[in-house]
Design a protein around this ligand. Structure first.
Ligand code: DI6
Ligand code: FE
Length: 400
């Protein structure tokens, strides 16, 4: 059905800038945008449904392109330890950190994981999110990674949101493979990825390239296995140290390399050439009290597309609001509000390989948008979280 949406201003986010249309109109047909432009240019015709947006600012639905939403337990105890000066690496070395979430996740049933993740997803949706990526990575064996990925698929069916599932089996070394990292990489490449991909549970493959996780050589083996299965790759890189994982990711045409505080200018050049998106995660930067900033100047100079995401996870970023991340990206990383909004719309879509259908408001794209009762687009990055008055439309239909 054809629907007209009017009395609004639009920030289309095409090409990564606001591309503002004042006093705009949008025509949706089913789940797609059929026409968008200034209202005075609206083609005359019969619009069976007309929606008045009361002067709202319309943006694409927000896209959270990096989350670990599905996990058991929580780690607020470690938060308290870190406040007393214990480092993330020390906690991990003592058996806490990711390993403690792996224990809790393995102990939880699929339904328990679904219920706890649903609450977190609900928070993201209330903030205007219409697409979200979720990673496995707290199961670390075939049965438990499958359990998480099945929950991710179920969340996409149960909620009005497009969900992308990323297999992050190479997140940490499971206890049964202590001191045998290469054997665990064999298991991932030869058994886990082929089985999970065959079950249709995986849209992309990620790994954690870090001195306390996996080496570039080990990550490369995972990338080769993913590409054999026809799956795109992504990488947690340069979060705590510089191993040039982001250059490795670029060599494999990764959709994105994420975190990146310790990346070099050469890494940025490699990412620019391959079109790999830089996903910056201010929540993790903040929670770890990191002081090393991602190299914004190099990223901008070489034209690397920058996305912003929550990294929602129990250890380093228990973040339940993408808009809060926009604010933190501006304050901590010196992005402009316009860059931050592009980071949670069009560039986030590219980080998921969805930029041809999502992330900006253009003819032929999916009609996922938010009509915000705000004065200016910059207000989205200005308020520190909270809930803004808005109307969320997904696939051309009101959500809520
Ligand atoms: N980097 C992160 O910030 C998260 N994973 C990763 O590879 C942390 C996950 C956790 O601490 O549970
Ligand atoms: Fe992460």
């Amino acid at each position: 059905m054809k629907t007209l949406w009017q009395h609004c201003h639009v920030a289309t986010m095409a090409q990564g800038v606001y591309s503002i249309i004042e006093d705009a109109a949008i025509v949706t047909s089913g789940s797609l945008i059929e026409w968008i432009g200034p209202r005075h240019a609206l083609p005359s015709g019969d619009y069976p449904a007309v929606n008045d947006l009361n002067g709202a600012w319309v943006t694409p639905g927000l896209i959270d392109c990096h989350t670990h939403t599905v996990f058991g337990g929580n780690r607020s105890g470690e938060f308290e330890q870190r406040l007393q000066g214990v480092s993330y690496a020390e906690i991990a070395a003592a058996g806490g950190g990711i390993a403690s979430t792996v224990r809790a996740t393995r102990a939880a049933s699929e339904d328990e994981l679904f219920a706890s993740a649903a609450k977190r997803l609900h928070s993201l949706l209330r903030d205007g999110v219409t697409t979200v990526e979720m990673k496995s990575g707290y199961g670390l064996d075939l049965a438990n990674e499958r359990k998480i990925l099945r929950v991710i698929r179920r969340l996409g069916e149960a909620f009005p949101v497009s969900v992308r599932a990323t297999c992050l089996a190479a997140h940490a070394l499971p206890p049964e493979y202590a001191d045998r990292p290469d054997a665990y990489i064999d298991l991932i490449c030869n058994e886990m990825l082929p089985a999970l991909a065959a079950e249709g549970l995986v849209d992309a493959v990620d790994a954690f390239c870090e001195y306390l996780a996996f080496s570039p050589q080990q990550v490369e083996r995972v990338f080769i296995a993913a590409q054999k299965l026809g799956l795109p790759v992504k990488l947690h890189a340069e979060q705590l140290s510089s191993l040039h994982g982001s250059s490795l990711a670029a060599r494999y045409q990764a959709l994105s390399a994420d975190h990146l505080e310790f990346m070099t200018e050469d890494d940025a050049i490699a990412m620019a050439e391959s079109g790999t998106v830089a996903v910056l995660l201010p929540g993790a930067f903040y929670c770890l009290r990191e002081t090393q900033l991602p190299p914004m100047e190099a990223l901008r100079k070489h034209g690397v597309k920058i996305a912003i995401a929550s990294d929602l996870n129990p250890g380093t970023s228990p973040a339940l609001s993408v808009r809060l991340m926009l604010n933190m990206a501006c304050t901590c990383f010196r992005l402009t509000p316009e860059e931050a909004l592009a980071g949670a719309t069009i560039h986030a879509a590219k980080a998921l390989g969805m930029e041809h259908t999502h992330g900006s408001l253009e003819v032929g794209k999916v009609a996922d948008f938010v009509a915000w009762q705000i004065d200016r687009p910059a207000d989205l990055a200005y308020w520190l979280g909270g809930e803004l008055d808005k109307r969320v439309v997904r696939h051309g239909v009101d959500v809520e």
